[in-house]
Design a protein around this ligand. Structure first.
Ligand SMILES: Nc1ncnc2c1ncn2[C@@H]1O[C@H](COP(=O)(O)OP(=O)(O)OP(=O)(O)O)[C@@H](O)[C@H]1O
Ligand SMILES: [Mg+2]
Length: 237
């Protein structure tokens, strides 16, 4: 018998997300191009504007949104499910809460199971936006997330590198075929003299690294300002 047919958790996930208005899946097809800082900063920007905002780190093998948010010491509370702790106004859930700072030695079906489990136990409540930090590429976890989050809209992060752009169109085409709406593409790490003035994009910011872990400082970076200009109009927020 196919065990997934009798797994009740995917329908539980629908209930858990019933009061979440929009799900923004921050994705990209390369590692290290700024998906996690984009997802974390976007969540902080939306919360600062007064939107009910959540952030789910679904990158089980490389969870890092907690580093950007400085979520040390935060932990979910149990109440017939898990209540995500609020970090600088953002309801935050990540595998990092359960891994005690260690790498998570999961693979294949175990990772999928962990994603399903996390989404099934998290009590998001009423949210305007749930921002999701996706793992790189379209792997098992990403496909599961897309399947389990039918409201997801994709915000794609890329960089000006020829290598990053070469996979972008193919990947966007796959999302189109899967019927996932594309919110837009953020070109991150543009050079200082790049086209940032004429078209939305996010410049390389020397000050970003030392603001990681300090949400108030993160919101004051040139990175956050560029991101706000590039992305909030796409969200109409
Ligand atoms: N615009 C930028 N200016 C300066 N540094 C940046 C910028 N964007 C990202 N970085 C830095 O690049 C590094 C990688 O960013 P991040 O972890 O967000 O990438 P990622 O795409 O989520 O990586 P992974 O694929 O490993 O999950 C971080 O140290 C981040 O601070
Ligand atoms: Mg990441």
């Amino acid at each position: 018998m196919n065990a997934t047919r009798i797994d009740p958790r995917p329908s539980v996930i629908g209930d858990r997300l019933a009061r979440v208005k929009r799900v923004i899946a921050v994705t990209g097809w390369k590692g290290g191009i700024g998906k996690s800082v984009t997802a974390s900063t976007l969540a902080l920007l939306l919360a600062q504007k007064g939107y009910g905002t959540g952030l789910a780190d679904l990158d089980f093998c490389g969870a890092s949104a907690h580093v950007a948010l400085g979520a040390d010491g935060a932990y979910p509370e149990e109440e017939m499910g898990l209540l995500p702790p609020e970090v600088s106004g953002v309801r935050f859930m990540s595998v990092s809460f359960f891994s005690s700072g260690r790498a998570v030695p999961l693979r294949g079906a175990d990772i999928s199971g962990a994603v399903v489990e996390m989404l099934a136990v998290t009590l998001w409540g009423d949210l305007d936006f749930l921002v999701v930090d996706m793992p790189p590429g379209i792997n098992d976890t990403a496909l599961d997330a897309i399947r389990l989050l039918p409201k997801a809209e994709v915000l794609a992060v890329t960089t000006p590198s020829v290598m990053a752009r070469s996979v972008l169109e193919r990947s966007l085409e796959l999302y189109r075929r899967l019927g996932v709406p594309l919110l837009g593409v953020v070109e991150n790490m543009r050079g200082r003299s790049g086209r940032a003035a004429s078209s939305p994009g996010v410049r390389f910011d020397d000050g970003l690294e030392k603001a990681l872990g300090r949400p108030a400082d993160l919101l004051n970076t040139a990175f956050a300002r560029d991101l706000e200009k590039a992305v909030l109009p796409l969200l109409k927020a």
